[in-house]
Design a protein around this ligand. Structure first.
Ligand code: NDP
Length: 442
């Protein structure tokens, strides 16, 4: 039977997972045809099957003393090149399909960084929004009371993702430490005073901009004066905006699940600091930006892709940019799309970008800076040492340049245009595939 059909039949009701596998297969299957050792060892077939999936009950008490029940997950996808590594997501939409797609992408992404990290992802359908700190703490403790037996600093090292920031990482770390009675680097994204790495909060957003800078450099261009549209207003969006502004670009949008704000005059460093305080301390909504900066506009239940821009950076969630959005961006002259989020563009949107020769960079390459600095956090924890910001930032810069070069190596077309998607898929695949061949049929 056709391999993709077989994977589809084996994984019913998992549309996001199938979407991710098909997008990667588009480049890997032709590559395997001309490199038959991968076919003989059934590498792609094996990569599409998680090594292990753990699903568990998370029961906890809310502030009213009511029992609440959520579902917890950890998908340990591939450990061929290192311990499992990948974030935890707390969001009501979390299900097995979404986590398997994220873990599959993570395997290739981690490989691209050049660091020894396997791929995993996990989380829960728990919604931290509107919960008190005590409720979040009780949930995190209950979640870790099961998860602790499946993770470890040499086994599986989770980090944050949507809905899991430094507060949640701290509560989970505290519970892990209490149960295991040991202080190890079992989670990344930790607080700076207790094993965290400098630049980890900034890493995904900064890394995204370093990647875009590499493409611009290849076009003998820079970020100065470029108009940038960003979606989301969480961790990735905030630091993608910060680095864009530092590099002289004009950021004009931010969003959340209720709509987007458009500030034609540009979101300055000062305005962004206000947004970060709004989101991280007051846990407010992006529309409140207008209370502070009334010259901006708010578009309820819309996404920012109708705004004229040179560079679009989707930094919120999967499938948030569809074919209609892609057509609008292309018509408005957008030349660069860098995915801060994981799989934010639908397959149709990606085809349109590639056809129009837009420089489109998929999340597994563009947002790999986050997990790269998580890898550096693991290194620092093993050394029992903490590097200065400059050193971590320099390494992040080098890693993003390395990923760019890998994409060029495997993605350069006959006409000289670089298909970054092809480059990222093949570049990420080769190292994992070779390790799997070396390690035998396991
Ligand atoms: P945060 O929770 O900090 O922020 C998420 C942002 O996206 C919020 O503004 C949120 O709005 C918005 N959002 C979430 N879900 C939806 C939705 N269904 N529709 C519209 N907007 C939505 O998460 P991060 O910034 O950490 O993650 C954002 C993306 O980046 C994700 O795809 C994640 O997998 C990816 N990523 C993150 C990394 C990291 O280091 N944090 C590393 C690599 C990738 P609202 O508050 O209304 O929900």
């Amino acid at each position: 039977m056709n391999l993709l059909k077989e994977i589809e039949e084996k994984n019913p009701y998992q549309p996001e997972f199938i979407q991710a596998v098909k997008e990667v297969a588009e480049h890997i299957l032709p590559y395997i045809e001309v490199n038959p050792k991968y076919k003989k060892h059934k590498i792609f077939d094996r990569m599409a099957e998680p090594e292990r999936v753990i699903i568990f009950r998370v029961a906890w008490l809310d502030d009213a003393g009511e029992i609440q029940i959520n579902r917890g997950y950890r998908v340990q996808m591939n450990s061929a090149i290192g311990p499992y590594k990948g974030g935890l997501r707390f969001h009501p939409t979390v299900n097995l399909s979404i986590l398997k797609f994220l873990a599959f992408e993570q395997t290739l992404k981690n490989s691209l960084t050049g660091l020894p990290m396997g791929g995993a992802k996990g989380g829960s359908d728990f919604n931290p929004k509107g919960k008190s700190d005590n409720e979040v703490m009780r949930f995190c403790q209950s979640f870790m009371t099961e998860l602790y037996r499946h993770i470890g600093h040499n086994l599986d090292v989770p980090a944050g993702d949507i809905g899991v920031g430094k507060r949640e990482i701290a509560y989970m770390f505290g519970q892990y430490k209490k149960i295991k009675n040991e202080f190890t680097g079992v989670l990344t994204g930790k607080g700076l005073g207790w094993g965290g790495s400098k630049i980890r909060p900034e890493a995904t957003g900064y890394g995204l901009i370093y990647f875009i800078q590499e493409i611009l450099k290849s076009q003998e261009d820079t970020l100065v004066g470029k108009v940038v549209a960003i979606s989301g207003s969480g961790n990735v969006a905030q630091y993608a905006a910060e680095k864009s502004i530092q590099c002289g670009a004009k950021v004009v949008t931010l969003s959340d699940s209720e709509g987007f704000i458009y500030d034609e005059t540009g979101i300055t460093a000062e305005k962004l600091a206000w947004v970060i305080e709004l989101k991280e301390v007051r846990r407010g909504r992006i529309k409140e930006y207008l209370d502070q900066y009334p010259e901006a506009k708010f578009f309820a239940n819309e996404r920012p892709w109708k705004v004229k821009c040179d560079i679009a950076l989707p930094c919120a969630t999967e499938n948030e940019l569809d074919d209609k959005d892609a057509k609008q961006l292309i018509a408005n002259g957008c030349k660069y799309v860098g995915e801060g989020a994981n799989m934010p563009s639908t397959s149709e949107a990606v085809s349109l970008f590639n056809k129009a020769k837009v420089f489109y960079v998929p999340g597994k390459a563009a947002n790999a800076g986050g997990v790269a600095v998580s890898g550096l956090e693991m290194t620092q924890n093993s050394l029992r040492y903490s590097w200065f910001s400059e050193k971590v930032d320099d390494r992040l810069h080098l890693i993003m340049k390395g990923i760019h070069d890998t994409c060029v190596r495997y993605g350069k077309q006959a006409d000289g245009h670089v298909n970054y998607e092809q480059g990222a898929n093949i570049g990420g695949f080769v190292k994992v595939a070779d390790a799997m061949i070396d390690q035998g049929v396991v």
